[in-house]
Design a protein around this ligand. Sequence first.
Ligand code: PLP
Length: 449
Amino acid sequence: MANQDTARLQQLDRDHYLHPFTDFKSLGEEGSRVVTRAEGVYIYDSEGNRILDGMAGLWCVNIGYGRKELVEAATSQLEQLPYYNSFFKTTHPPAVALAEKLCQLAPAHMNRVFFTGSGSEANDTVLRMVRRYWTIKGKPEKQWVIGRKNGYHGSTVAGMSLGGMAPMHEQGGPCVPGITHIRQPYWFGEGRDMSQDTFGRECAAALEERILELGEENVAAFIAEPVQGAGGAIMPPESYWPAVKEVLAKYDILLVVDEVICGFGRLGEWFGSQHYDLEPDLMPIAKGLSSGYLPIGGVLVGDRVADTLINEGGEFFHGFTYSGHPACAAVALRNLELLEAEGIVDRVRDDLGPYLAKRWASLADHPLVGEARSLGLMGALELVADQQTGERFDESLAAGNLCRDLCFDNGLVMRSVGDTMLISPALVITREEIDELIGLTRQALDETA
Ligand code: PLP
């Protein structure tokens, strides 16, 4: 694209396009970067610059860019049947085939899926489903849902209410009633005065305390991401999930594991729940389901809830025009088939995850790095002003944003949450590309210092 075309596009962008999660004043004179094409793990901007996409879009392009098989799946389905719904006693082949495939890949007790258009809609569905479940079971007072501070479950009213992002709550008007949040298992940020093990148990104990405060007879479900993604790639201490499982079993409370980011290979298993040995009652999914090629999400439903809804519930007054959209379903199915046939998830577990872990950990010697952690192909760096004491930078310096912008200028997309730098590259990244990512990260750290 010629320079003046880029400038014109940026002007039109400023004039007409309200971007998600953007402070428009921060765009300044330069405007937005214009991304025009992508291949493998790289995106290209309108000036022809090649940029390593360390975030796989928004944690979603698991299979990498440019897969012709997915384009063919979309076009052939659009020709055959571009749209039909599955309301009112109809169905169609792509949604059925995708449902079957998902249930094969999911933990054994999950044999049903409800389709949505996004991860946020999946979590709206979760909220309605868990409350419906307990009402059918004759316990309509079991309505409270417990989430976590700094958890992210989407941007619709129910999604942001389930999530624990304070700035979203402040801007969004009243949240959905009957949702409360407990502390997050973020050891580097909140628990460094004790061992990881103790901290993990304390965070699980906070769940039990909240259940007792609310009254166990009033609590429907606990919702959490296996690893908090948008909150800062926060891997909980090993002691956390086993202790949480015990608490939930003790009080008969449903477990909702939000797999929107962790699902489809990110942590080296098909689902993050498998990595942490969890048996969720409900699993919201999206993103990597179609590798972001077309929008689709859903909720995998365990037998306990599904059997109740089906056998005792009558009609569930819930669904979306695009639930199980044929073209989106066809693309998602092809995506899962390719991830499976090419052994991509196993490669993350056995090769790329351990390789990234080693290379990523090597960044911990940089004076700006307080912690370098990773699991599978997700990683975080904690930026600190003083490596000895772990003291953080003054917020006004916005060190994370600076480092993120320097990365982009050097040819790497990283994301920053405060002073936590995040990566989540496509699962098809090679060892050489991981080396390139590490080199560019170190360069940006040097320039930030
Ligand atoms: N749940 C989690 C864990 C997410 O990370 C996200 C998005 O980042 C969502 C839900 C919302 O998904 P969507 O943006 O597709 O609505």
